[in-house]
Design a protein. Structure first.
Length: 363
């Protein structure tokens, strides 16, 4: 087993030494390098912290990017992986009043300051003094225990399991922010959801349908078509066998869709613009096929299209998402459950896009 460094602590963490107990964790050690290691269990939580026993970590493309190595990532290796997680509170700091031992919580995916204007206004994803993304810039949650600021541990509704709550910070929370905060999706509108077999795609189909929208989804294989329809998609297009923009124009009788839920990037960008109605909104949170795309400016201004960037979510988005899951309006779609020792396999599968829903690491 490779030697491990002490777990990085937040700036306000209790400086007391660790208890001597050890725990398992996964380090990203180099480009595509992983190591299952033992590291010290965190000390007693600081006054404003909680200690969480991690139950589940849901894998995302940010985990793939961190594993592959990204030139823009300002970080030091090794680093504990895992950005999206939930677990159970086992200890609470002396100043924590709204969380107790036994509460299921989902951890916000970034270490925000909590004091800047954006944080005070509840716009967590606009934090002006961001310490970093968990699992990407700073130690993440692929470990058995973690101390986190209590304000970043969002309590789940009664009865919601860590498995379900683990999809709130990035998956369902991102979709909430994209569709309802940014795109302002309304009942009766038509939305095009790209990559409906992905984690956020499967969540977007369900949340859009629950909101009363007509949902058109794209998937990459015939096997995924039936699964997307089971989630509530009204129309499903296999983009590997036909041009989705042509099919969208037929479905909408040439009108186009009101909203495009975009997170693929260059491979779908041009077709997405051609799929939009006059005055339509495109909201994007990522670009898994590259970061540069050409745009037809004539189409943009003549059709009065609206392009909206969306990054992460707020803690309120997480709470709203978990409430909808608890109420049965949506459910996490699980492709595979794995253990810490199979993380490499999980990341490779996610990278290949040979999934429908989420790959979840259970601790």
């Amino acid at each position: 087993m490779k030697p491990a460094r002490p777990i990085a602590r937040a700036a306000n963490a209790d400086p007391a030494p660790h208890t001597g107990a050890m725990m398992r964790a996964v380090h990203v050690t180099s480009e595509r390098g992983l190591a299952l290691v033992e590291v010290p269990r965190p000390p007693q939580p600081a006054a404003d912290e909680v200690q969480v026993k991690i139950g589940c970590v849901a894998l995302n493309h940010i985990d793939v990017w961190g594993w592959r190595g990204m030139a823009f990532a300002n970080r030091q290796l090794p680093i504990i992986a895992g950005a999206e997680a939930a677990g159970t509170v086992v200890k609470a700091g002396s100043a924590v009043s709204d969380l107790s031992e036994g509460d299921v919580v989902a951890m916000y995916g970034a270490h925000t300051c909590g004091t800047c204007r954006a944080c005070r206004e509840g716009r967590d994803n606009f934090c002006e003094v961001l310490a970093g993304m968990y699992g990407f810039h700073i130690d993440g949650f692929l470990r058995e225990y973690a101390n986190v600021p209590a304000r970043l541990a969002v309590k789940a509704p009664a009865g919601l399991t860590p498995l379900a709550a683990a999809m709130a910070p990035i998956t369902f929370g991102t979709v909430e922010h994209m569709l309802f905060d940014n795109a302002k999706l309304k009942a009766g509108e038509t939305v095009l959801v790209h990559a409906g077999g992905s984690g956020i795609g499967s969540a977007a189909i369900q949340l859009a349908k629950a909101a009363g929208a007509v949902v058109i989804a794209t998937v990459g294989s015939d096997a995924k078509v039936a699964k997307a329809k089971e989630l509530g998609a009204d129309h499903v297009i296999n983009y590997s066998s036909e041009r989705f923009e042509g099919r969208v124009r037929k479905i909408t009788q040439r009108r186009g869709v009101d909203v495009v839920f975009e997170h693929v990037g260059p491979k779908t960008w041009a077709g997405s613009l051609l799929s939009m109605s006059r005055g339509g909104r495109l909201v994007t949170c990522g670009s898994t096929t590259g970061i540069t795309a050409e745009i037809n400016l004539n189409l943009l201004y003549q059709q009065q299209l609206k392009l909206l960037g969306s990054f992460g979510c707020t803690r309120k988005n997480m709470s709203d998402a978990m409430a909808k899951i608890a109420d049965g309006a949506a459910h996490p779609v699980i492709d595979t459950r794995i253990g810490l020792d199979r993380l490499d396999e999980g990341l490779r599968r996610l990278e290949s896009r040979d999934v429908f829903g989420k790959i979840v690491v259970e601790l």
